[in-house]
Design a protein around this ligand. Structure first.
Ligand SMILES: Cc1ncc(COP(=O)(O)O)c(C=O)c1O
Length: 395
């Protein structure tokens, strides 16, 4: 069947909440995707920073197939093997203490917000606590996550959102300090803002937030959903800064395509917040999703993913910096490791994205004018060269 026929059938029955690109992907292999008509694409989007290990990774696929034959779902009323194993690996990798598995990133944020409110409630019994979030942040589309997402366009039609949320400026510690009151229960921040346009936090900002939170017993929430899981060359972006939060949220590459997220607490927070009955999920942490998580952590080690991100990420930065020097339409590069953004000027970033797709390169945008490069973490320097050639042909 032709791609256009799938698209027409899709438009008939799928709610139109996305303006989808005119392509139907059928399969993937390594860092390449193939559409239903056999055209090959170099993937520098990884399903929005998800498919870290590349497509059709045999060890990953086998782990999922094995788990399907054992058991897929049991519910949270019982223990299951892969959940225990996956949680141990999350705890070890994050340096945190307790994990709650969710089904998506936005649900991980919901859990983080509830944890922060409960922690504060247990301290003073009040129900009017406040959370400070950042302008241009993105934390998800469910109502709680949307409430801490600093983008009026996403929020406006869905008001009233949850109360007590204030917005400060990213990388401006004074603007955060100015909003702190004795009602502040949490500060939520992405160590590298993703959707907002690829903005890494400054060390002064993240370290300053940690000190501020320690001083006032405010919980610090790091949303590592996009920038975590090796993307910046550190397992979690905050580790590059030597700062740990009280609550960390994960998703995207955590399951490498199997829908799973998590919120992870340190001992102090876990001991004084959620108790049985406070939070739950039917699917979260099911044996299938956790088999994926568990195998992902093993494969990161076996395939030396972090080393690859550091090496190829440095090469990508170099090549992108050259583009900025050579081409007027690229005015800046921002990012860390394999989470990079190129600021596009003089033409809509969407036009570059569309042209790239036509040329067989999958890239996405972020913010109003940023071309976002978040490839599978297993790409090679040769793939970077290939991407640069395709990108030059697309501007
Ligand atoms: C930093 C960040 N937080 C939260 C989310 C929401 O995750 P999900 O789309 O899995 O709900 C995203 C998604 O792009 C994200 O980038």
């Amino acid at each position: 069947m032709k791609m256009t026929e799938y698209m027409e059938r899709g438009e008939d029955v799928i709610l139109h909440t996305y303006n989808r690109f005119p392509v139907v992907f059928e399969k993937g292999d390594g860092v390449y995707l193939y559409d239903t008509e056999g055209k090959k694409y170099l993937d520098f989007a990884a399903g929005i920073a998800v498919f870290a290990l590349g497509y059709n990774n045999k060890a990953y696929n086998d782990a999922l197939k094995d788990q399907i034959d054992k058991i897929i779902h049991t519910s949270n009323l019982y223990y299951n093997i892969t959940m225990v194993e996956a949680a141990e690996k999350v705890v070890k990798a994050t340096g945190m203490d307790k994990v709650f598995f969710t089904n998506s990133g936005t649900e991980a944020i919901e859990g983080a917000i509830k944890t922060a409110r409960k922690y504060a409630y247990m301290k003073d019994g009040c129900t009017d606590h406040e959370i400070i979030a950042m302008n241009h942040s993105f934390h998800g589309r469910s109502l709680g996550a949307l409430s801490v997402t600093g983008n009026v366009k996403y929020q406006e039609p869905f008001k009233p959102l949850i109360g007590g949320i204030k917005f400060a400026d990213f990388n401006d510690l004074d603007s955060v300090r100015a909003l702190v009151t004795d009602k502040t229960c949490a500060i939520i921040v992405e160590p590298v803002q993703g959707e907002g346009g690829i903005y890494p936090a400054t060390p002064e900002f993240l370290c300053g937030l940690r000190s501020l939170c320690d001083e006032k017993d405010i919980l610090l929430i790091f949303d590592e959903i996009q920038c975590g899981m090796g993307r910046t060359g550190f397992m979690y972006a905050c580790q590059a800064y030597g700062v740990l939060p009280d609550i960390m949220t994960l998703a995207k590459a955590l399951g490498c395509g199997v829908p799973v997220g998590a919120f992870v607490l340190n001992e102090k927070t876990a001991k004084a917040s959620l108790v049985p009955g406070d939070h739950g999920t039917t699917y979260g942490g099911n044996p299938f999703a956790c088999a994926a998580v568990s195998r992902v952590f093993d494969l990161f080690e076996e395939e030396h993913v972090l080393e690859n991100v550091r090496e190829v990420g440095a090469y990508l930065e170099e090549k992108l910096d050259q583009l900025v020097e050579e081409y007027d339409c690229f005015t800046a590069r921002r990012g860390r490791g394999l989470m990079q953004g190129l600021v596009v000027s003089g033409r809509p970033v969407g036009a570059v994205v569309n042209k790239a797709l036509e040329n067989g390169l999958v890239v996405i945008s972020a913010g109003a004018d940023v071309l976002r490069l978040v490839p599978p973490l297993v790409i090679s320097k040769g793939n970077v060269d290939e991407m640069i050639t395709l990108l030059k042909a697309s501007i």
